[in-house]
Design a protein around this ligand. Structure first.
Ligand SMILES: Nc1ncnc2c1ncn2[C@@H]1O[C@H](COP(=O)(O)OP(=O)(O)O)[C@@H](O)[C@H]1O
Ligand SMILES: [Mg+2]
Length: 234
């Protein structure tokens, strides 16, 4: 079964003066353990779509199933519970909590959204720190590490709750291109090891080649789907 099924998904933002058609009747499926990118220029609808997939906003039309749940039907409380159980998030500006250490930043979602006992917490955090190559950096504060290291910590933080799906909105926008490749490569390695589906958005046409499934967004429409080895026009 597909991990994600979008059927006729549209999103409009209405203000008094105008209606913005941010997404127009998207149809797509994403299989478990995929490594997927949505690519498109600024304003093409990437953030809007990731917000829908992340249960942070609702479509104005269509149905969207994530991990077997029709997410448009969830209320606010159910959405929060769903996010905590099934989803991880990685952000363009890292979203580290500056007064917490690297270790504590990774621990945070375990305390907040999943009631994990202290010993199990310590084991999981140590495993994640090692997996992202930050085993000896747990005691540092965010201002003491580089942007690339922050994004490694963010990957560990997103995965420590063992979600089915990690959503990363322009995760490499604030990184130089060499670091960007390394971060995408680490996400792919973690997908290989944990079977977690990763979806990242980008406007950077260089790093999209790393995706195994690539959707091109143009003005809120899915213009094209590329699967490694072939292209189909949507
Ligand atoms: N909260 C909002 N209210 C009104 N318009 C919005 C809002 N968020 C995004 N938009 C508009 O929706 C379109 C898609 O935006 P967005 O999803 O942020 O694209 P991207 O992430 O690809 O840059 C743009 O035209 C943008 O101006
Ligand atoms: Mg955006």
């Amino acid at each position: 079964m597909a991990l994600i099924t979008a059927s006729g998904v549209s999103k409009e933002y209405r203000t008094e003066e105008v209606t913005v058609h941010a997404l127009r009747e998207l149809h797509f499926e994403i299989e478990p353990a995929s490594f997927v990118s949505f690519v498109g220029p600024s304003g093409s609808g990437k953030t809007t779509l990731l917000n829908l997939l992340g249960c942070l906003d609702k479509p104005t039309a269509g149905t969207l199933s994530v991990a077997g749940t029709e997410v448009a039907a969830l209320n606010r409380k159910e959405s929060a519970a769903f996010r905590g159980k099934h989803l991880g998030f990685i952000f363009q500006d890292f979203n580290m909590i500056s007064v917490l250490t690297v270790y504590e930043n990774i621990e945070y979602p375990l305390i907040m959204v999943q009631n994990v006992a202290p010993r199990e917490r310590r084991e999981r955090i140590a495993r994640m720190l090692a997996a992202v190559g930050m085993a000896d950096q747990g005691g540092k504060y965010p201002h003491q590490i580089s942007g690339g290291q922050k994004q490694r910590v963010a990957i560990a933080r997103a995965l420590v709750t063992n979600p089915a799906l990690v959503l990363a909105d322009e995760p490499t926008a604030n990184l130089d291109s060499q670091t960007a490749y390394a971060v995408i490569g680490l996400m792919k390695k973690m997908r290989d090891e944990m079977g977690t589906t990763f979806i990242f958005s980008t406007h950077d046409t260089k790093i999209v080649g790393e995706a195994e499934v690539l959707f091109r967004l143009v003005d809120g429409r899915l213009a094209e789907k590329e699967v490694k080895g072939g292209t189909t026009h949507a």
